[in-house]
Design a protein around this ligand. Sequence first.
Ligand SMILES: [Fe+2]
Ligand SMILES: [Fe+2]
Length: 169
Amino acid sequence: MEASAPSKGIFDSANLEKREQVVALLQRAYWMEIETVMSYIAASVNLDGVRAQEIKESLAEDIEEELSHAKRFAERIKELYGVVPGSQEFAAEQSYLQPPEEQTDIVHVIRGVIHAETGAIEHYTRIVEETDGVDPVTQDMTIAILHDEQGHRRLFEGFLREYEFEGIA
Ligand SMILES: [Fe+2]
Ligand SMILES: [Fe+2]
């Protein structure tokens, strides 16, 4: 019986197809983060009113975090021998996070953020599943990012609850 070569996991030639699939999932994650940065910058600046301050500050903090997520996804794409896509490949998806008619419409923004975070949670959960047992490094990184998104979502659900309680949402 021939001794098999030690496994290199996701870098095994037998896992080439899987590696390409993971890179494609990471490229999508990268674009989701980039679009979220754009939307959160706009919302954190656009919102008006006394009640908007808390939301604006929270979004301003999230921008840095989402940007660091984008960088981590980009670095992992590179490590897996993929290419970080150029800006011409970008296609916007966050129709729900466009500026509201009225810049005091905080509830519109809160709902948009919850929508974006939910989308990220769904996609990153898929990456965690797809990398299970084959790419623990991508899985580990994505779990940490997923944890951040769950925290963001929970925070904004709390904001929404407050508005619902007051009958504004
Ligand atoms: Fe993120
Ligand atoms: Fe987030």
